[in-house]
Design a protein around this ligand. Structure first.
Ligand SMILES: [Zn+2]
Ligand SMILES: [Zn+2]
Length: 87
């Protein structure tokens, strides 16, 4: 099984496979919001800046982590709200 997600950057759909999902959950990482190729580009351009910011979920205000800073325009959801949002 895998999860279909729309890339936030290029808006293409990409799949998060089960193993990948388990990996994120195990590491308590947020699920990716970009397709692999956008992530790759991002990684290359932000090589020295792979910082995870502590943020509050925009929906339930629980503490969560994100690659987006607290003052970024992006909405950040904790994992629970993210899955709820995906339906
Ligand atoms: Zn993309
Ligand atoms: Zn939340």
């Amino acid at each position: 099984m895998s999860t279909k997600t729309a890339c936030k950057e290029c808006e293409k759909d990409f799949l998060i496979i089960d193993e990948e999902e388990k990996f994120y959950e195990k590491k308590k990482l947020p699920h990716p919001e970009q397709c692999p190729s956008c992530r790759q580009k991002r990684r290359l351009s932000l090589r020295n800046e792979r910082v995870l910011h502590k943020r509050k979920c925009d929906k339930c205000s629980k503490d969560t982590i994100s690659t987006y800073a607290a003052d970024s325009e992006y909405q950040v959801y904790c994992q629970e709200c993210f899955w709820e949002y995906l339906g």
